[in-house]
Design a protein. Structure first.
Length: 255
């Protein structure tokens, strides 16, 4: 079995594949201060609760955007899972070309998403990841990562509202019944959700116009992606496990 690990700014998502089947997933909050033993005990315990022994894991791959976690997490896999994890980076053979001036600037999560989207849906394809940041990445018809757009994520925007204003409360992020808000909570929800939809549609339309890819497919992923994808016809597919699938594909390519 293969253990795939996506380290984001907010959460670490784990998946276990048996061949091409995703057997289970689980999450931890991202914390740079954890030791390798803390990670190791958490991982083995969570695997056990899913009915999987660490002895069944014979490979691991990590994509991280939080460098401070890399040492402890890698050592945890070595010590507790008994295998050396592959680390995804700009130099990894992924099957796509990072065609920008400085490939090392591209986050591992964006590379992994791009690989999965191109392999599953073909190019040209835009991948939108609604995570801590909202990222819009374009892969051309011949498999070149050529465009990366980064915007504040919907949670970052929400946090800014309730932390940087004196009277606005912390709220649940969801679509309100109407954009015609008449109270504080639905007012904030309308601004956050419909504002994100508007941003998403504008960026997709602008990229299509400037790139010339009128037939560009648009794939969304990320925790809050389903909220936005359900509200616009410009997103064709919401693929919840796109990042984990990209990790599996990269590992299989490099075995």
């Amino acid at each position: 079995m293969l253990l795939v690990i996506d380290v984001g700014n907010t959460n670490i998502t784990f998946g276990v594949y048996q061949d091409t089947e995703l057997r289970t997933t689980f999450r931890l909050m991202t914390a740079a201060t954890r030791t390798s033993d803390e990670y190791g005990n958490m991982i083995t315990d969570l695997l056990y609760k899913q009915g999987i022994s660490v002895d069944e894991i014979d490979g691991a791959i990590i994509a991280t955007v939080v460098p401070n976690t890399t040492h402890s997490l890698t050592n945890a896999i070595l010590k507790y899972v008994k295998c050396e994890p592959m680390l995804v980076g700009a130099e990894t053979d992924t099957g796509i070309q990072i065609d920008i001036p400085n490939p090392r600037e591209v986050g591992a999560d964006r590379i992994v998403d791009a690989v999965a989207a191109y392999e599953k849906y073909g190019g040209p394809v835009m991948v939108i990841d609604f995570g801590t940041a909202t990222t819009y990445d374009l892969v051309t018809v011949d498999g070149r990562f050529t465009v990366g757009i980064t915007a504040p994520g919907i949670r970052i925007s929400a946090k800014a509202l309730w932390e940087d204003t004196a009277k606005l409360p912390e709220i649940e992020i969801k679509k309100p019944k109407s954009i015609l808000a008449q109270d504080t909570i639905s007012s904030m929800q309308a601004g956050l959700v419909f504002g994100q939809i508007g941003q998403t549609e504008y960026i997709i339309d602008r990229v299509r116009k400037e790139s010339g890819y009128k037939n560009m497919k648009v794939i969304a992923t990320g925790g809050l992606g389903s909220i936005i994808a359900n509200e616009t016809d410009m997103i064709e597919v919401y693929d919840k496990q796109l990042t984990l699938e990209g990790l599996r594909l990269i590992y299989a390519r490099n075995r």
